[in-house]
Write a protein that binds this ligand. Sequence first.
Ligand SMILES: Nc1ncnc2c1ncn2[C@@H]1O[C@H](COP(=O)(O)OP(=O)(O)OP(=O)(O)O)[C@@H](O)[C@H]1O
Length: 308
Amino acid sequence: MPSIITVSNLDKTYASGFQALKNVNLDIHRGEIFALLGPNGAGKTTLISIICGLATPSGGTVTADGHDIVKNYRAARSKIGLVPQELTTDAFETVWATVSFSRGLFGKPANPAHIEKILRQLSLWSKKDNQLRTLSGGMKRRVLIAKALSHEPQILFLDEPTAGVDVSLRKEMWEVVRSLRDTGVTVILTTHYIEEAEEMADRVGVINNGEILLVEKKQELMRKLGKKQLTLQLHEPLRSIPQSLSGYQLDLSEDACEIVYTYDTQHEHNDMAALFKDLSLAGIAFKDLQTKQSSLEEIFVKLVRSST
Ligand SMILES: Nc1ncnc2c1ncn2[C@@H]1O[C@H](COP(=O)(O)OP(=O)(O)OP(=O)(O)O)[C@@H](O)[C@H]1O
């Protein structure tokens, strides 16, 4: 996959002497949705600020669509749209004026056809003459995206796109982001809602203490690091797990009516058939079963814990 952003050996030490990024290497693929996950203070904002030219690196390089973000700042920046968390523009401004003004900030000539296209894409066309203060929370968030897209960037950064919004609005935002990806925009988002990354991201990067811990296709990450649990509801309570089953990771519930089997998602088929056979040999019958797969959240928490 061709890269649209390449981060090489990036370091950032703030004036205080604090090292916020340590030799970060990262490739963002053209056309993907990439989720950058990390606990508070991990370095996400620092990394994004450097890529967007809002902070200077202490070492290393970043290119955006082939342009060095320091040496060729203007060209690099024109490729990038940044969606902040909050709308800071004049509440009495109209949607149309706000979005058109953002385009002007990048020195681009007016292009009403483009502004119309993005307002339609973001379902804001009927609100184009509304003042910002009259919009719902969801519409305001979409105005932020429209502003960031006004200068026709190919890369869109979304900083916590659904922080503090309700469930239905979050789902609406996910739809918007997916539709942007479908038009060829590369999307990089930071989020504290791991469920959001699980839902949307093609690839996931985990950062902690200024270091990238891993970058992986989401499906691959869940397959490699995920665990599954199978719960068997027994016909009769069991006193203890028989010795003949000690080769499996089995736990007996407190009421002795359930056995919980934890296993790697990679080996499930072989192990499962053998387990059922061994259970039957041990005379253990069950009346029902359920499986549960570990979420990206559980994987993330484990990863971050083991790195600190
Ligand atoms: N201007 C600054 N001067 C000194 N240290 C800073 C500065 N900005 C950030 N830091 C420190 O760098 C580290 C990374 O901060 P950063 O804001 O990049 O984290 P983050 O991953 O975005 O966190 P959050 O999820 O809380 O927004 C933190 O320890 C923070 O205190």
